[in-house]
Structures are given as C-alpha cells and as structure tokens.
Design a binder for this molecule. Structure first.
Ligand code: NAP
Length: 360
C-alpha cells in the first residue's frame, strides 16, 4: 500500500476534479507484477493501468488500491467490472471513496461477486492524500486554504498598509508553490488596491496558471490593476447586488466574469458555491485581514498556511491576521490543529487544519 500511495502522489494537484489513486498488483510470493496511477481527469484509472497488461491475473495475485474502486459510469467505465473481468480474487483497499456515487457500493458489488475485499489498510494516509477531493465531492464546494505572511506579532501589514515584504524570498517561493497547488487564488478589494498583486505562480518553468478571483462588493476596483490588465488566465469578480450596471459592463468588457450575489455583500459560502460551479475545486485565499476574517467567521476554511517572519511591527493600528472575528469567549474561538512546521531561512511555515473537518 505504501508503494501505491507513492504512485498516487506522482499525480498530486494534476487530477482535479478527480482524486489521486495508486494501484499495485502483487504476486503470490510478494513480487510486484504491475502497477499504475491515475494521471489526470479523463485518463485511465489506477486499477485499469495496473491490470491492463494481464488477460487475467494469476490466481494468487492481490491487488492493492489506495481508494475504493468506482462502481459507476463516469468518463471511463466502472473499475469494479474490470476487476471482475480480470478475475482478481483478493483486493486490499486503503480507504472508502467518499463520493456519494460510490461510497461503499464498489466494495459491496465486488464482495457480492466473490472478491475477498479488505479495507482500511494505511487508511489515514490514503484518505489524507485526497483532502481536496474528500471536501469538494461531499460538500460541492472548493477546498479552501488561507495563506498569510505575518510578523512575529501577528500583523499582515504596517499601519500604512505596506506589506511587501514581511517574509523572505524562500517563503515567497513556497507561497508561489501553494498557488500552483490550488485551482484559484482570491484576494479582497483592499489587497488589490494596496498591493496590485499578480496572483501568479512565478517559479521558473511554470506553465499553467490558477484562476484569479477578487471579492469586491460594488465591483469598484482599479482599472489599471494587473488583475484587470493581465489576461493570461480566467478572472472572476465576486460582487453584491449593489453593483452598478455600468461597472459590471465595464468589467465584462475587460474579459472578467462577474458573479453577482443575492445581497450587497454576498456570503463567502455563496461565492464558494459559484466558484465550484465554475469548475474550481480548490481555492487559496491570500488576504487581506477582512476577507480572511469573513472566511473564518463563516467556518468555510479547511487549511491555514502561515508564513511567520522574525520581524516585529509593534503597532496597535497595523492589521492583524485575521481581522475581527467578534468572538467573546475563549471556549468559542476556532482551534486549529498544527500539522507541521517548516523552517524557511529566517521564517517558519506553519501548516494547520481547521478542526471542524471530520472528512479529512
Ligand atoms: N501579509 C500578507 O500576507 C498580506 C496578504 C494580503 C494582504 N495584505 C495586506 O492587507 C491589507 C488589506 O487587507 P484588508 O483587511 O484591509 O482588506 P481585504 O481583506 O484585502 O479586502 C477587504 C475588502 O474585500 C471586500 N469584500 C467583498 N466580499 C467580502 C467578504 N465576504 N468579506 C470581507 N471582505 C469582502 C470588501 O470590499 P467592498 O466593501 O468594496 O466589497 C472589503 O472591504 C493591505 O495592507 C495588504 O497589503 C497582507
């Protein structure tokens, strides 16, 4: 199963909206007969790759798969049919598929047809390699990561709004890597005004770029910003119903898709549903403080990546991350689990998960 996980990870961040999956066919004396992984949406599933070179598998062969085989027709036929056709007798599965279309049906179907199925081997690891898929397939909403670069005293900018750069070059490079791991990147209007961010992954050799998203209730954003003028990827603006028709038309003319909510400032949840329908399975929110606070207040975030520098800003009027959460009791504050800490030159990168998530 460890080998199957390694294979699955080869396609990490390249299979959306599908999960990453690895499969290994092992012979009776423990030798690897064949293996495979799912490379991208529309390409053969891991089980198909691993089984394709066999007319039928040897009697004593065991197939290891990180995720329950699918039992429904999608872009490709169900893997359960192929497993039966190739006469696999023993199947070891890492974790059940949370997809409501599968969710145990694949396992039941195989057992009913005489396959000996064992589940839950390296279960946590097999589940955690698909955090994005596990979230979006169940909730129909993107996996949401918050990213912020902060000072030692938790500030995201000077009192003047100046924030470039709080952290060092290595942290910023990791920030770009995070961008490449998400299908879209979002900022609030004030960040667009202060920083004019490019919202691209600028590491050497990078080709495809994420979708760029700006939250601005009335759509009033600087027309000379890079968001408006750099047309290399899709751009989406999330606005409220107070947006003036001429502002909306002007943005559309610039090639920006404008999603207009049901209120003067639509809920984060509403925006996420719209983004999901537009094909976004994972979203990186890069600030600022006010947008991050909204996301946390609405309990919409799954993950937090904090880049912590050794600088002290030391100003009561400088913005902290997140902005105002308005919680009065310590018992009610969000409590994240800190998953890991990395040293990046003089900075630290903290990766945390919001605890409310049970599907991780
Ligand atoms: N260090 C870092 O990592 C980092 C990252 C980003 C930004 N920054 C800094 O942060 C500062 C900007 O942060 P900020 O807190 O002032 O503003 P912000 O969060 O960037 O933008 C807030 C604005 O977003 C719009 N918005 C639309 N929908 C929203 C929603 N559901 N919830 C919240 N806002 C929504 C609102 O404008 P409308 O009312 O017009 O809709 C609101 O005023 C700048 O100084 C920037 O340099 C630092």
């Amino acid at each position: 199963m460890q080998r199957a996980i390694q294979l699955a990870l080869k396609a990490q961040f390249r299979t959306e909206p599908n999960p990453i999956v690895g499969a290994v066919l092992v012979g009776g004396s423990g030798q690897v007969l064949s293996e495979g992984y799912h490379e991208k949406a529309g390409s053969p599933h891991a089980e198909v790759v691993a089984l394709s070179q066999h007319e039928t598998v040897p009697e004593d062969a065991v197939l290891f798969v990180t995720l329950e085989p699918c039992s429904h027709y999608g872009k490709t036929p169900p893997c359960t049919e192929l497993i039966l056709k190739k006469k696999v007798k023993k199947l070891i599965i890492g974790c059940q598929d949370p997809n409501p279309q599968v969710s145990g049906r694949g396992i039941d179907m195989l057992r009913r047809n005489g396959v000996e199925v064992t589940t839950g081997i390296c279960e946590t690891a097999c589940r955690n390699i698909n955090r994005v898929f596990n979230k979006h397939i169940v909730t129909q909403s993107p996996y949401l990561t918050i990213k912020a670069a902060i000072s030692l005293d938790g500030k995201i900018a000077m009192a003047s709004g100046e924030s470039q750069w709080i952290t060092g070059a290595l942290s910023r490079s990791r920030g770009h890597e995070l961008r490449s791991q998400h299908q879209a990147i979002a900022v609030g209007r004030q960040t667009l005004v202060h920083d004019n961010p490019r919202l691209t992954d600028r590491r050497v050799g990078k080709t495809g770029q994420p979708i760029r998203v700006v939250y601005a209730s009335r759509g009033e954003i600087p027309l000379d910003s890079l968001f408006v003028n750099d047309r290399q990827t899709r751009r989406i603006l999330i606005a409220g119903n107070d947006i003036q028709p001429e502002v909306e038309q002007r943005l559309i003319k610039e090639g920006i898709e404008v999603f207009i909510g049901e209120r003067s400032r639509p809920s984060v949840e509403w925006g996420l549903k719209q983004l999901y329908q537009a094909g976004v399975c994972s979203l990186l929110i890069e600030g600022g403080a006010e947008l991050i606070a909204s996301v946390i207040r609405e309990k919409a975030a799954d993950q937090l990546c904090l880049f912590l520098s050794g600088k002290i800003i030391g100003s009561a009027t400088a913005k902290s991350w997140p902005g105002e959460l308005g919680i009065e009791k310590l018992a009610d504050v969000p409590h994240l689990s800190i998953d890991h800490i990395e040293k990046l030159d003089d900075d630290l990168m903290l990766t945390c998960f919001f605890r409310r998530l049970t599907i991780n």
